[in-house]
Design a protein around this ligand. Structure first.
Ligand code: NAD
Ligand code: UFG
Length: 335
């Protein structure tokens, strides 16, 4: 059985991916420092699948804990989710972001190299495309033009991985560029739980729905889109999580390579589409008002996801109604 080290295993994407990995009979070795997650997520993952995770509490910047993990386990492959992800925070704290999102990956890569483990899946983001000039976005589109340190940290790591592969073609790496993951596992046990006031659309809508927040601010209705509000490619978290299984299969059948895939549905939905679908499937009204644009936001961003379909035989199964229903189910359960 393959041993997969999942860094950031208790976070939003990590926890859902652990469920998929365990259900697909991978052994999961997890690392997290709980900087943006809660310890009880571990037990919840284990309850969903009725299997155990071998967990290490620690920081990916700490070479000693990584050495310990690789010494105590025969790691076959690493899926790296450990990073900070708040765009706004990254502008205020660029050093913290570059250290946590770039230096930590270098530490991981050093240890992987020492133990001759060269299979890696790295979590990148559609943000590396900056303001795309062509839609839908293919993997061939130019990257760069990021507008905040968070986005730039992902761009830097992608560059590091490309250099690493160029230096040694036996590295076997997938870079996944996630679009906008939302929703939750159907059990309602795990989901997205940002600290404080959410910066992202779906968690904010959920808090308006539960009454914790008064009113959604729609950031601008004068974008060059069908209704003037921003268009994004929202993808159900379980579709995103499942893509990692397809990714591992790809790496198993490859002796070395650097593969880049967009993970999105290929469909763009506006802020108004999200509000209306959320209202319809959950049978309630979301109070909103249109305010100024948020700085750094773009009109539209959605994927051409055909490369992942062709190469990984992966495509999405859930639609926007599923995403809105599952996101709300989760916040209701934890309320
Ligand atoms: P998250 O914050 O929910 O999860 C990240 C996890 O990593 C948390 O549990 C946190 O405690 C842990 N962590 C952070 N730094 C660590 C460190 N130095 N050592 C050990 N653990 C550490 O975020 P997420 O939404 O699950 O995102 C996972 C990855 O996917 C990140 O790399 C993120 O940048 C990327 N990504 C996320 C999105 C999104 O919209 N959620 C979009 C594109 C890319
Ligand atoms: N929006 C609102 N009101 C809010 C929050 C968001 O109107 O309170 C709008 C935004 O203007 C945008 C859309 O909803 O048009 C989506 O915004 P999100 O903040 O949910 O997502 P973004 O596309 O801005 O960014 C997300 C992640 C980034 C990641 C990017 C691409 O936050 O980290 O997707 O993957 F880089």
């Amino acid at each position: 059985m393959m041993n997969v080290l999942v860094t950031g295993c208790c976070g939003y994407i990590g926890s859902h991916t652990c469920v998929e990995l365990l259900e697909n009979n991978y052994n999961v070795i997890g690392l997290d420092n709980f900087s943006n997650s809660k310890r009880d997520v571990l037990g919840k993952i284990e309850n969903i699948v009725n299997k155990k995770i071998k967990f290490y509490e620690g920081d990916m910047l700490d070479k000693d804990i990584l050495n310990k993990i690789f010494l105590e386990n025969k790691i076959d492959l690493v899926v790296d989710f450990a990073a900070y992800k708040s765009v706004g925070d990254s502008v205020a704290k660029p050093i913290d972001y570059y250290v946590n999102n770039v230096s930590s990956v270098l530490t991981l890569l050093q240890v992987m190299k020492e133990y001759n483990v060269k299979n890696l899946i790295f979590s990148s983001s559609a943000t590396v495309y900056g303001n795309p000039s062509v839609l839908p976005i293919t993997e061939e589109c130019e990257v760069g033009g990021t507008t905040n340190p968070y986005g730039t940290s992902k761009l830097y790591v992608e560059g590091i991985l490309k250099d690493l592969y160029a230096s040694d073609n036996s590295w076997n790496i997938i870079i996944f560029r996630y679009f906008n993951p939302i929703g939750a596992h159907k059990s309602g046990l795990i989901g997205e739980e940002p600290n404080g006031i959410p910066a992202n659309l779906m968690p904010y809508i959920c808090k308006v729905a539960t009454g914790e927040l008064e009113c959604l601010r729609v950031f601008g209705d004068d974008y060059n889109t069908k209704d003037g509000t921003g268009v994004r490619d929202y993808i159900h978290i379980m579709d995103l999580a499942r893509a990692h299984i397809n990714g591992i299969e790809k790496l198993k059948n490859s002796n070395g390579g650097l593969f880049i895939y967009n993970l999105g549905t290929g469909k763009g939905y506006s802020v108004m589409d999200i509000i209306h679908t959320f209202e319809k499937v959950n049978g309630l009204t979301i109070k909103y008002k249109v305010v100024e644009r948020r700085s750094g936001d773009i009109d539209s961003c959605y994927a051409d996801a055909s490369k992942a379909l062709k190469d990984l035989k992966w495509s999405t199964q859930y639609d926007l109604a599923d995403m809105c229903r599952d996101a709300y189910d989760y916040v209701n359960k934890i309320k």
